[in-house]
Design a protein. Structure first.
Length: 427
């Protein structure tokens, strides 16, 4: 039997796809590309935006249209947040929520035995334990995402995630230790710790994100540890000081900003001001050599005026992020912000997004240009074309190098000689 996964969304979804993939492989399934013929097509959905839902529907229908005899399965965040809409997708033979991913094999057997649609959407509840999933490999890659936290208690006014992921819960450190040891035995050298609200790891427990990093750093074979996206108000001085002592820790911080205007941040129900965010960036750059800070910025949020946008733009430029992901606000059904309406015209949002992208890209180009001539250490991960290998620096800069020998998995000191939009070139 062959199964193919199509994954939308974040690194947590990618981790959960790997988990389900291992469950099926252990049961005798062959995992193939979604472009190949398969007996089962599994769409692991994202529901952050209405566009993500649209992509989910399109792919569910595409797989059933192209492969009418195959079984199409829908899982992920969309069924969890919008169970009625997910259940109404008749092309999906099996519909389950992200809470039920561990039962995918059981539900496949149920469908095969009964020859009728299976819908299993379990609701997240306050007090739920962390779903004790683990993986042993990550598609034979050098770098693996490892989920250590799920859920979010923040309730940003624009965000549906608390509905699709439930409340904060954390992986037990002992379970994490076993998982990291298994990954190291399968030649994984770099760990990226991920979660829905990663910096809340250990909330209500006697451990925190530093403990998770130390577990990875103390594992033989693991050379680097990174953190996924972080909420800025959870990063304390103590956490910064402790992380700075860990040699294997990569000082690459993706700190979600959303807006550089404090008035807009308050409307978004974000839990910090622009100045508090700036103070954190200053601390990180002081504590870590060559710290890289990247972020997400939303433009055109409800009632964002021209003055608010200018304030946000000026703030973003002042931080000089190494990279910025810019996107226009899109009203999300079921959120607090959706009750206020969407008062900024689409063309205004698009214009503001274009300005923000242009200004932040100028800063990125200056950053890349300044790297020419510098020596950096790169962990090479894959071969992009014959004798051309790509890897990443500790601050997550993609670098390509020509080599006659296979250097995948090797840490090499190189000199940056040039750059383009997507990567640097080295010798």
């Amino acid at each position: 039997m062959k199964a193919a996964f199509y994954t939308l969304g974040c690194k947590v979804n990618q981790y959960e796809t790997e988990y389900m993939s291992e469950l099926l492989k252990n049961a005798g399934f062959e995992i193939v590309s979604p472009n190949e013929e398969a007996d089962y097509y599994i769409v692991n959905s994202c529901t952050v935006t209405a566009t993500a839902d649209q992509k989910t529907r399109q792919n569910i229908r595409k797989f059933k249209r192209k492969h009418p005899e195959s079984t199409v399965i829908l899982t992920g965040c969309m069924p969890q947040a919008f169970p009625d809409e997910a259940s109404a997708l008749a092309e999906a033979d099996i519909v389950l929520s992200n809470k039920s991913d561990g039962d995918i094999l059981k539900l496949i057997n149920e469908y095969n035995n009964n020859k009728s649609r299976v819908i299993r959407i379990d609701e997240h509840k306050t007090g739920d334990d962390f779903w004790q999933c683990s993986i042993t490999d990550f598609n034979e890659r050098i770098r693996a995402f490892v989920k250590i936290e799920d859920g979010c208690d923040r309730f940003c006014s624009y965000c549906i995630i608390p509905k699709s992921r439930g409340r904060v819960r954390s992986k037990n450190p002992e379970d994490l230790k076993k998982e990291i040891e298994n990954l190291a035995e399968h030649s994984v050298k770099e760990i990226v710790l991920v979660g829905i609200n990663l910096s809340a790891y250990g909330k209500g427990e006697n451990f925190n994100i530093v403990d998770a990093v130390k577990i990875c750093a103390d594992t033989d074979g693991i050379e680097r540890i990174r953190l996924g996206s972080l909420e800025p108000d959870h990063i304390t001085d103590e956490i910064i000081d402790e992380l700075a002592k860990i040699d294997k820790f990569c000082p690459q911080f993706h700190l979600s900003l959303q807006s550089g205007c404090t008035k807009t941040l308050k409307s978004m129900n974000r839990h910090y001001t622009a100045q508090e965010y700036k103070a954190l960036c200053d601390k990180l750059r002081s504590a870590f050599n060559d710290a890289s800070i990247t972020t997400d910025v939303m433009v055109g949020f409800h009632e964002e005026s021209d003055e608010d946008f200018k304030e946000s733009l000026d703030f973003v430029k002042s931080i000089r992020f190494e990279k910025v992901h810019v996107f226009p606000y899109s009203e999300r059904q079921g959120t607090a912000a959706s009750k206020k309406g969407d008062s900024v015209p689409k063309q205004v949002k698009e214009k503001r997004a274009a300005i923000m992208i242009d200004e932040t890209e100028k800063i990125r180009q200056e950053y890349l240009k300044d790297l020419i001539g510098k020596e950096v250490e790169v962990l090479f991960e894959n071969e992009t074309q014959k004798n051309v290998f790509q890897g990443y620096t500790k601050n997550y800069l993609p670098v390509r190098l020509n080599s006659d020998e296979n250097i995948i998995g090797k840490m090499i000191n190189v000199k940056i000689t040039d750059y383009c939009d997507e990567f640097c070139i080295a010798e």
